[in-house]
Design a protein around this ligand. Structure first.
Ligand SMILES: [Zn+2]
Length: 403
């Protein structure tokens, strides 16, 4: 055996030892959980006790045995009693070293709002598909399974949590405080992305003597934005990806959606976000197996698209309007909400007045874009007037009435 082979063999031996030790630890933890649950079962609550699954004074003896606080012993007893009763297959998997204790905690946490039957279904779903690559993936899989198997409950819990959104402040040590915002996940992602985007611009354009870390810059940007103490670029480039299975979007299924960087969303919430007109997210449609089938257009045109249409139509496209395109909104000819794409062939400059006019309820004015840059406006009386793109040879815009 040469030196390299010998070295490799020693590495393999060490790795094998680490794996065996991890299985031993897991088996020991399973034994501990079963011991605690068995102890709890022998300590039924007495009449004088407050309601509970074991006697009010059971934790003290465990605390003395394990040399931990009473509160810690109580938590361990509760956890052990719960998982041994509700998630017995998962405890078996821990005993066999297939999952570890952190994964069991994730499963227990995810299933805690469910009744015993649905919890057992989630347990089976998760264990049938293995321990996953790492704990984060396992936890996300647990949450996804809960949403899949209890869609209505997941929606109700999400609604409740989202209703409880809040901002609060907590005083810390050393002249600092923590500002906490509890937000709908997509809003939090959009806020963070804007802050990070601006921090990125600042970091790339700063002077040599600006030695702030990226964390420091983000903190400064947050304060700038909220207090208005410094100006920042308009919000362009923020984009949260919301993944929605097409069956969910069509109301044919309850497959969970997904928010990039966050994880699974209840079907109803993902669908609601995907249908909501918004400027900060992009909808990704998948088939029921999760394969991407369509990336939705952005609602907000890119700066290049805006430059293009403002050069193509140098004024508001309404026939009577002379407002310069540089001072207009960018209007979707077929509204975005009606499925109109964010393409230059479906965009035109439109002043605020005429933009509002054509989106009035009842839509008295109708507009079509039969060719890129050519707009047919039809008024309430049925008269159609066409405006044309700027002609760079003659330097004029055509205007002709028909009908
Ligand atoms: Zn106008």
């Amino acid at each position: 055996m040469d030196v390299a082979e010998e070295f490799e063999r020693r590495l393999q031996t060490r790795l094998g030892g680490i794996g065996a030790a991890a299985r031993l630890v897991a088996a020991g933890q399973a034994q501990m959980l079963r011991g605690l649950a068995g102890f709890a079962a022998l300590q039924a609550p007495r009449e004088v006790d407050p309601p509970g699954v074991f006697s009010h004074y059971a934790p003290e003896e465990v605390a003395a045995t394990l040399r931990v606080s009473g509160a810690s012993a109580r938590n361990q007893l509760y956890f052990a009693e719960t998982v041994v009763r509700r998630l017995p297959r998962a405890v078996d998997a821990l005993a066999a070293g297939i999952i570890d204790l952190p994964r069991l905690r994730s499963l227990e946490h995810a299933t805690s709002p469910l009744d015993d039957d649905v919890a057992a279904q989630v347990e089976a779903w998760i264990l049938d598909r293995g321990p996953r690559k790492h704990r984060a993936a396992f936890s996300a899989a647990c949450r996804r399974a809960v949403i899949r198997l209890d869609p209505d409950g997941a929606k109700d819990r999400a609604d409740e949590q989202r209703r409880d959104r809040s901002v609060r402040i907590e005083a810390d040590e050393d002249a600092t405080s923590t500002l906490i915002a509890v937000l709908p996940a997509e809003d939090a992602a959009a806020c963070y992305q804007r802050i990070d985007h601006l921090a990125d611009i600042i970091a790339r354009n700063r002077d040599d003597d600006d030695e702030r870390t990226r964390d420091q810059i983000r903190a400064d940007v947050l304060v700038d934005l909220l207090t208005g103490r410094a100006e920042h670029a308009a919000p362009i480039g923020c984009e949260i990806q919301v993944v929605v299975p097409i069956t969910t979007l069509l109301g044919l299924g309850h497959e969970p959606g997904e928010l990039a960087g966050y994880g699974p969303l209840p079907a109803a919430i993902a669908k609601e976000i995907a249908m909501r007109p918004g400027s900060t997210w992009r909808r990704l449609l998948t088939d029921p197996q999760g394969t991407l089938i369509e990336v939705a257009e952005r609602r907000l045109p890119s700066p290049a698209q805006v430059r293009h249409i403002r050069a193509r139509n140098r004024q508001c496209t309404h026939p009577t309007c002379t407002r310069k395109a540089t001072r207009t909104d960018t209007d979707h000819t077929v509204p975005y909400a009606a499925g109109g794409p964010t393409h230059t062939t479906n965009l035109g400059p439109c002043c605020r007045r005429h933009h509002r006019m054509r989106h009035q309820p009842g839509r008295l004015w109708k507009v079509r874009q039969p060719r890129p840059g050519t707009f047919e406006w039809t008024g309430p009386a049925g008269t159609t007037t066409t405006t044309y793109p700027h002609n760079y040879l003659t330097g004029e815009e055509h205007l002709s009435a028909c009908d």
